[in-house]
Design a binder for this molecule. Structure first.
Ligand SMILES: Cc1cc2nc3c(=O)[nH]c(=O)nc-3n(C[C@H](O)[C@H](O)[C@H](O)COP(=O)(O)O)c2cc1C
Length: 191
């Protein structure tokens, strides 16, 4: 029997009133409906990582901080990551960069995808995310969801719901298809 693919959805915004929760409420059921996937949500709020100040990079030595150790151990259980990506000043959130910096092994040789949202669907943040992911030996997948412009603003204000924007379901399915392919390929290669 085929093994399940364990996929984490990461909420990369931690602020009160975050749009991330709306994006999660829409995307999580779509991801959970994917046959053969076991989906878990990783909320950076709950990870409660300190601002990175380890004496040695996690690529060389496991972090001393208990929250960072728990975070790194948690990542190791997943076969891929889909990040709900907010764009802060044309990049990913500081909380997400901090979460990358706090671990190494758990990210490596796995695919990463993005559901981006913001003025331009977090396109600039998603490109930064891909470049950062390469440093961990991850596979940034080609497909991404971009919740952008007037649609993003209408969703944020509550003037529209995701049901009004069925093209986003198509984008989500394309992202999931890429994650499935690379998730299976890298899982097999990791053995
Ligand atoms: C510190 C900060 C910087 C931002 N910079 C950008 C930006 O560069 N581009 C953009 O499209 N939106 C930007 N925004 C607006 C965000 O897209 C919007 O606030 C979005 O809801 C953030 O995601 P969140 O609510 O899940 O935190 C910024 C918001 C914050 C709080």
């Amino acid at each position: 029997m085929t093994q399940p693919l364990k996929i984490a959805i990461i909420l990369s915004s931690t602020r009160e009133g975050r749009f991330a929760d709306k994006a999660l409420a829409w995307f999580e059921p779509i991801a959970r409906a994917q046959e053969g996937w076991e989906v878990e949500v990783l909320d950076l709020r709950e990870a409660a990582l300190p601002f990175f100040d380890e004496p040695v990079p996690p690529a060389a030595k496991a972090p001393a901080d208990p929250a960072a150790q728990a975070w790194g151990a948690r990542l190791k259980g997943f076969d891929g990551f889909i990040v709900l990506t907010a764009e802060y000043n044309h990049s990913i959130t500081a909380a997400l960069k901090n979460a990358f910096d706090h671990a190494f092994e758990g990210w490596a040789k796995k695919p990463i995808g993005a559901v981006g949202y913001g003025g331009v669907g977090a396109a600039r943040a998603v490109e930064h995310l891909r470049l950062i992911a390469i440093n961990f030996g991850m596979v940034p997948v080609a497909a991404a969801v971009a919740i952008a412009g007037a649609d993003f603003r209408a969703l944020a204000k509550g003037d529209k719901s995701f049901a009004d924007l069925p093209y986003l379901d198509g984008s989500a399915k394309a992202l999931i298809a890429d994650m499935e392919w690379w998730g299976r390929a890298t899982k097999a290669a990791r053995g």
